[in-house]
Design a protein. Sequence first.
Length: 65
Amino acid sequence: MKPTTKAEQLEAAIMEVMGKDRRMTIALGECMVCDATGVRRESFTSELSAKEYTIGGLCQTCQND
C-alpha cells in the first residue's frame, strides 16, 4: 500500500520514537507496532481501517487493540 505524505520533520520524529521508517514499513506491508507482515488492503475490516494503515502503519489487530 502507499503511505500518506507527511512532513520530513514528522517522519524523523516517528523514526526516532519507533525505530522504523514509516514509509518503508507500510510499503513493505508490515506493522509499525507488532511487526506483522503481509498486511494488504484485504486484511482490514473496513476501508477506513485500510486508510488508517496508510497514515500510521498499524495492522488491523493493533488498530483494534
